[in-house]
Design a protein around this ligand. Structure first.
Ligand SMILES: NC(=O)c1ccc[n+]([C@@H]2O[C@H](COP(=O)([O-])OP(=O)(O)OC[C@H]3O[C@@H](n4cnc5c(N)ncnc54)[C@H](OP(=O)(O)O)[C@@H]3O)[C@@H](O)[C@H]2O)c1
Length: 266
């Protein structure tokens, strides 16, 4: 029996993956904010951890909790996301999208590495947006104090996650953990968020033609169950793509790793 930890495991793709692995007989730890959704999954046999992963302190608590309650972690699957049309700052002073969709993933990837390395074939599946065109990191304003847009914040976090894959592999050259970035395509998930009317209408239209969650889950599970041998890889659904957009990505990944370490120090 494997232990599969899923952030955003209470809804959308994360919940689809949680149901998939519960049906396989694996131990599933689903992390999200909603106690009600967590209770529904717990009735199916999942362990639920209620946490607001947009908070640095909460990620630290979750890492400690996982280390004390569970042994080896076979897979860390990261799906937590939340869209906001208007800029929102967490009580810790970080822009909320950057905090939830990037900083949390940075903390969990590095913070759970020793638990992952204790498993026979560990994998991190970072469900984000590799392959899609994205803006460069806002080196002087990663928290979008200027010119916030909900869509741009999502793509900016996606770029940060692409670089996280690269720097994770560079920082841990001897790790056996495989880091897989995957873009699931357009999926009819819950699309959690706070939308202005124009974006809400766009999301509703998109949901009508998007792929149902249960149809994409087997493709994502296949990446968890049999990741490539390379330390880092990227996929658009099940098609392997380049995990670099240019040769400059390695430098950007190192720079973002340093910047993030600095941000988390405070
Ligand atoms: N859907 C798509 O078309 C699409 C396209 C490209 C990439 N993706 C990526 O796929 C992944 C999954 O997306 P999805 O569309 O399936 O998401 P979703 O249906 O919107 O679900 C989001 C999940 O994140 C959790 N969450 C939200 N805020 C949280 C917080 N502060 N702390 C902890 N958990 C929080 C929610 O749990 P609670 O409700 O319990 O808080 C929920 O389980 C994301 O990384 C997304 O970027 C999705």
């Amino acid at each position: 029996m494997r232990t599969i930890v899923i952030t955003g495991g209470t809804d959308g793709l994360g919940a689809g993956l949680a149901r998939h692995y519960l049906a396989q007989g694996d131990a599933v730890v689903a992390i999200g904010r909603s106690e009600d959704k967590g209770a529904s999954l717990a009735r199916l046999g999942a362990h639920f951890i209620g946490a607001d992963l947009s908070l640095v302190a909460e990620n630290r608590r979750v890492i400690d909790l996982l280390a004390s309650r569970f042994g080896a972690i076979d897979a860390l699957i990261m799906c937590a996301r939340y869209f906001r049309s208007r800029r929102h700052e967490t009580p810790e002073g970080f822009e909320a999208c950057f905090a939830l969709e990037y900083l949390s993933r940075f903390q969990l990837s590095h913070g759970l590495l020793d638990r992952l390395e204790a498993a026979p074939a560990p994998v991190v599946l970072n469900v984000s947006g590799p392959g899609a065109p994205k803006p460069e990191i806002r080196w002087d304003d990663p928290g979008f104090h200027r010119g916030y847009s909900g869509m741009e914040a999502q793509f900016h976090a996606g770029r940060a996650n692409d670089l996280l894959g690269l720097s994770f592999a560079a920082e841990h050259p001897d790790a056996r953990t495989r880091y897989v970035l995957v873009n699931p395509g357009s999926i009819a998930s819950s699309f959690a968020g706070e939308f202005d009317p124009a974006t809400a209408a766009l999301v509703e239209r998109m949901k009508r033609t998007a792929t149902p969650v249960d149809r994409i889950v087997p493709h994502l599970a296949a990446l968890v169950d049999a990741p490539p041998a390379d330390p880092v890889s990227a996929f658009a659904i099940n098609r392997r793509i380049d995990h670099r957009t240019s040769a400059a990505d390695d430098h950007a990944a190192t720079r973002l790793h340093r910047l993030t370490t600095e941000l988390l120090r405070h």
